[in-house]
Design a protein around this ligand. Structure first.
Ligand code: AMP
Length: 606
């Protein structure tokens, strides 16, 4: 079998890594750089350009050069993220046939997975050149905060690039893997990842080769591009004051400004002052040419981006709170992403966590390296690494009256499976529509629709009598599938949630108002009974997986401990279902959940 590569598909830059004889290598592109711009273009002569070549000609070919496509991947047409990108991008963004987003280069439109696939293909070529063999499998990273649609679309991009995507893993988790691999650690680490387009924060516990994500949070629309935009804005305002000309109306000027803004930002990470110089930036109708020449110092930069940095700290605070963690619980802070080279960012992180970030970690390379380590762990036994990731969003279904009933809470360890029982809401109701959603609002219409399906042929009965068991499964990729089962007839319907055309907010509101024929309601059960049932179900599932896990762990360094812990959890759970203690039920349910996740993780490995 050929080697499996790890790809960090970044907003601004991408990076590819592979393990050679157990040690991770970051592979340079033809030009000798270890990162490649995530930029693609079609030249005037119709040639497709990717990476450095595409970036180099972006100024003169701004309309047909696509950068930061990651901001659009898996997004729906009309969503705020798309609107925002349209306002700031010199390339054309158009509506696709499935309420999705397309971009135009020359006379052709491309889906975003197609654009991303061109970058992935480039990374694949870099690896093939280095290894001297064909590469067909990869692990690709995504921001932890990516939702199901965005993960699916990234997987699709891999497929288009001719790669079998063995696993999608979260960028911060990959960074932790890269930091902890081969070290005998017992630590809690925070990964602060500020890249070109996205911000992620994760807290993990690393112990005996198990990487357990405790909490994760982030913002898919906060990154270096926003810092660049602030500098562009500052420059254009200064220029307008001086010359009375708005440079934002001119595509070519805009692209030059963007490049200059990023360059100034990067320079100010090591210098206290820099000069932005853009000669011949504008020609008046009279033929007079104008030049932009402006000094920018670090203090001014820090000032105009202070609120962006503060936003990341606010997310850190909320994420730790959600994981029931204090800053004092964190033993090590790791910085990821090019933006963490900015001194103001480093200062804010150190102030928040009360400690300097770990030195010696290469912020542009750790994520790809982590992906390569996970690739190895998925294909070879006894790598001694087990990743327990979490789902970043709550998942559930819409219930009668437009409410949102959560089935899997956010920050639950994946892979996982959870069920709830629902009932019909009308007499003689023969079908139900399961509207699968992701989000944190208790109002369905405020969450994102992932998919829908209808379960028909229910027995005619009084409302509330027919029971439907809805089960959500999240794979280790964070990809969701849902099953609805008529408990009486055994009739089932299921979907693997794929990037759907989706419903608009109005459509959902209309369904809430009109479509009660299809609605389901939450079955009111005694909480303890429900919990007992869940524990019994999980015990059965662990028993079912036990032989597979035992086989996979035979001879593995993690094996003995994991099996002993599982046995303990099983014993405690069997006792708890017999007892009347609510506290015992809760604590054993938690231990059992964790065991089940570990078992699924192990059973899932290649
Ligand atoms: P990434 O997505 O991790 O490749 O991060 C790319 C972002 O980091 C871009 O917005 C870059 O402009 C930014 N960046 C790279 N190097 C530096 C630096 N030395 N100082 C500040 N920002 C940087």
């Amino acid at each position: 079998m050929g080697k499996v590569i790890g790809i960090d598909l970044g907003t601004t830059n991408s990076c590819v890594s592979v393990l050679v004889d157990g040690s991770p290598k970051v592979l340079p592109n033809k030009a000798g750089y270890k990162t490649t711009p995530s930029t693609v273009a079609i030249s005037e002569s119709g040639r497709r350009l990717v990476g450095q070549l595409a970036k180099r000609q972006a100024i003169t070919n701004a309309r047909h050069t696509i950068y930061a496509a990651k901001r659009l991947i898996g997004r729906k047409w009309g969503s705020p993220a798309v609107v925002h990108t349209m306002e700031t991008s010199p390339y054309e963004i158009v509506q696709g046939p499935h309420e999705d987003v397309r971009v135009r280069m020359r006379d052709k439109t491309y889906s975003i997975p197609e654009i991303s696939s061109m970058i992935l293909q480039e990374m694949r070529l870099i690896a093939e050149e280095y290894l001297g063999e064909e590469v067909t499998q990869a692990v690709i990273t995504v921001p932890a905060y990516f939702n199901d649609n965005q993960r699916q679309a990234t997987k699709d991009a891999g497929k288009i690039a001719g790669l079998e995507v063995l696993r999608i893993i979260n960028e911060p988790t990959a960074a932790a893997l890269s930091y902890g691999y081969g070290k005998d650690l017992d630590q809690r680490v925070a990964i602060y990842d500020l890249g070109g387009g996205t911000f992620d924060i994760s807290a993990l516990e690393i112990s005996e080769g198990v990487f357990d994500v405790l909490a994760t949070g982030g913002d898919t629309f906060l990154g270096g591009e926003d810092f660049d935009a602030r500098i562009m804005e500052w420059l254009t305002v200064e220029f307008a004051q001086e010359h009375g000309v708005d440079l934002r109306k001119d595509d070519m000027a805009l692209q030059r400004l963007k490049d200059a803004a990023e360059k100034a930002k990067i320079e100010l990470s090591s210098l206290s002052e820099t000069e932005v110089s853009l000669p011949f930036i504008f020609t008046r109708e009279t033929g007079e040419t104008l030049h932009l020449q402006k000094k920018l110092n670090r203090a001014t930069l820090d000032n105009i981006v202070a609120d962006l940095v503060a936003r990341t700290m606010k997310i850190c605070k909320a994420t730790l709170e959600e994981g029931n963690l204090n800053v004092g619980d964190i033993d090590e802070v790791i910085l990821v992403g090019g933006m963490t080279r900015m001194p103001a960012v480093q200062k804010a992180v150190a102030a928040f966590f009360g400690r300097e970030a770990r030195k010696g970690v290469h912020p542009d390379e750790v994520v790809a390296i982590g992906a390569a380590i996970q690739a190895l762990a998925l294909t070879e036994d006894d790598v001694g690494v087990l990743l327990l990731d979490v789902t970043p969003h709550s998942l559930g279904i819409m219930v009668f009256g437009g409410g949102f009933e959560v089935i899997i809470e956010r920050n639950s360890t994946v892979p996982t499976s959870q069920s709830h029982i629902f009932t019909t809401v009308r007499d003689n109701q023969t079908s139900v529509k399961i509207l699968v959603m992701q989000g944190e609002s208790d109002r369905a219409e405020e969450n994102e629709v992932l998919g829908e399906f209808v379960l028909t042929g229910l027995r005619k009965a009084a409302s509330g009598e027919v029971e439907i068991d809805v089960t959500f499964d999240i794979s280790a990729d964070g990809i969701v599938s849902v099953k609805a089962l008529d408990l009486e007839t055994g009739k089932a319907q299921s979907i693997t949630v794929t990037a759907t055309s989706g419903l608009t907010e109005e459509e959902i509101s209309r369904m809430v108002a009109e479509n009660q024929d299809y609605s389901v309601a939450v079955k009111k059960t005694d909480d303890e009974d429900g919990r007992r049932e869940m524990i019994r179900r999980n015990i059965r599932e662990i028993e079912r997986l036990m032989p597979v896990v035992q086989e996979k762990l035979a001879g593995n360094s993690l094996g003995g401990d994991a099996l002993a812990r599982a046995q303990q959890a099983l014993d405690a759970a069997r006792n708890a279902v017999q007892s009347s203690s609510g506290a015992m039920l809760s604590s054993s349910a938690e231990a059992l959940d964790r065991t089940l996740s570990v078992f699924r993780g192990i059973a899932d490995r290649g």
